[in-house]
Ligand binder design. Sequence first.
Ligand code: 3AM
Length: 274
Amino acid sequence: MAASFSHADKNFATSACASAQGCEHKALLEWLSATNGKGDGIKSRSASAQTNSLLSAVPLSRWLPAATEFRETEHCAQNSFGEGERPMPIRSFIALELSDEVRANLMQLLTALRQMPATVKWVEAENLHLTLKFLGEVPEGQIAAITETLSAIAQATPTFAFAVKGVGGFPDLRRPRVLWVGVEAPKELLTLQRQIEQGMERLGFAPEGRPYHPHITIGRVKAMQGLAPVLAILKEHANTLFGTVTVRHLTLFRSDLSREGPTYTPLAQLPFGG
Ligand code: 3AM
């Protein structure tokens, strides 16, 4: 069985066992060396750091089979932690979903932008959202507390609407790394974001160091080369109204990263009180 796993799968297993399943990293490295033969890079101590970063970049479904197989070997020190004591981390963020109107208009804009020969990773239509708070890797056991806190905040929030208008870039549109469409934030949106920030800080999440700038990311620039026609199209939309969003709930998303791009899955939708 072990031979059917690729080198990459075994790297994912390293992470899975070492950081999530509570296995001894050394034992896992030995297992990997034995099953992989060459073990290029795997034998080195730095494999831990490498594989931990790989884990966060790969969907659970990719590395779980290899991790599961390793757990069944006598090398796995899983007994040092009981089931559930080292929960699987879930990369998560809190966001507002968009209206069909806004999504359709942004899809139209993205269709035009994708024609340009620029090195930009454009956001897939189904992934467009307004981020309120990025949580990062969250232990599975903490999801319930996060959901409860969000539910209380949502219950105290009235239904409100925001307009999606204009375009911009981070740090700016001259040398952008992130391209976005703008959000005209009413005070309810800013209050909601502040309450979420405070609520998550109470649960132990680091507060955001930067001021909140509501935006909807549409693309991530990989190189400045070929960007001029993209920027020309964006300039035409400096004052375009892409529509409005009536917000009736907030969403806790799970984010699974892979080479093909991120997959966002709603973990919970918390309805507003009125
Ligand atoms: O919607 P935007 O693009 O603002 O950039 C990521 C995206 O935000 C952001 O979380 C949202 C969902 O993936 N994000 C990803 N990694 C992050 C990090 N390390 C991050 N935000 C802050 N710190």
